[in-house]
Design a protein around this ligand. Sequence first.
Ligand SMILES: CC(C)(COP(=O)(O)OP(=O)(O)OC[C@H]1O[C@@H](n2cnc3c(N)ncnc32)[C@H](O)[C@@H]1OP(=O)(O)O)[C@@H](O)C(=O)NCCC(=O)NCCS
Length: 381
Amino acid sequence: MAQDMEKTNEFKKGLEGVVAGDSRICLVNGEEGKLYYRGYRIEDLAQNCSFEEVAYLMLYSKLPNKKELAKFSKGLAKARKLPKEVIKIIKLKAKSANSMEVLRTAVSALAANQPEVDKLTKDEQIGAGISLIAKMPVIIAFCNRLKKDMEIVKPDPKLGHAANFLYMLYGRTPSETETKGMDMDFVLHAEHSFNASTFSVRITVSTLSDMYSAFTTGIGVLKGPLHGGAAQEVGAMMLDIKNPANTDGYINNILSQHGKVMGFGHRIYKTYDPRARILNGMARKMSEEKKDMAWYDIAQKIERIMQEKKNLYPNVDFYSAIVYKQLGIEMEMNPAIFAIGRSAGWVAHVMEQYGDNRLIRPLDNYIGDIGLKFVPIDSRK
Ligand SMILES: CC(C)(COP(=O)(O)OP(=O)(O)OC[C@H]1O[C@@H](n2cnc3c(N)ncnc32)[C@H](O)[C@@H]1OP(=O)(O)O)[C@@H](O)C(=O)NCCC(=O)NCCS
């Protein structure tokens, strides 16, 4: 006779509010809408630092001086070269798979070029991390050009991380505003404590698996529309709304059906996401410069409705969708752009987990049957 198990343990659905470990990397203050990377205010870093400086901060727990930054940036630029087999994989899949799928497969394949991937020293692990941070934008840019039947553009070692990425996409040197917009977006996506993809990265290396496996997991988790895929959904929503005059009807329709408006709400922020505030400014500047205000005007209206009706604020993905549009980045690529930024945080979390590791293995609350009578296969109905 089947028997139902009583619920034995209290648990929090979605692990809401559950503390899963100590960390020195990032503080998210959801009540006050504040964010710090290794103690530094996100506003200071976003306005004043390149992605390379923030990646250095993530990996070495300090902001680099000029000499350290020059050496680090040179190392990143040198590590951009992709192995031939990985280029082949990108060519094979660029047309049939989306950017995140190509990225996940190419990153996984990169492990084959790392000798003794399971026996790396701490410095070699960081080296593998730097190599991944450097190569991810190249994979995504190559994939994008191939999707459009265009020649791939090889990286330019004279250009920084953000400028080089845009150069590989556009086939021309980007403007100062374009470079700053991209750089700022990478900085704002670089880290965000134990979010779903970062936590999955930590779970992966808690088994003492390697950096490449961690990144492959992280990319897979980031791909979902409730995480890194939200900016793409925001873009699709903007296209649907088309004209600011249609905004009220469109959003009210979603809300009346208890649907979700993408780019709003957050598990931790109960007020304005500070990253969204910074990107709001950048989205506005870029839209004004391009004299293309439609999406920005729609966004302002959505923000007002969501605040009034749901008391919900925009998250990082809301205004980044507009920044990507103004950068000429196709919506399909949006989650992959998020991954480029987040790669720096993933390396920091892998190293922190290795540094004080214990296998991450929670319990479940079993609510299924027990003691069922076994029936041989020939007698089953
Ligand atoms: C980010 C997110 C997944 C957080 O989820 P969560 O903490 O599990 O919160 P829930 O999904 O349980 O939402 C709690 C309540 O707020 C509502 N809500 C949350 N986000 C909403 C949104 N974007 N639009 C409309 N309602 C929303 C839910 O419907 C729910 O209402 P209910 O209690 O009446 O059922 C969620 O806000 C969401 O799906 N947002 C849209 C996707 C997105 O922008 N993701 C990027 C995150 S950076």
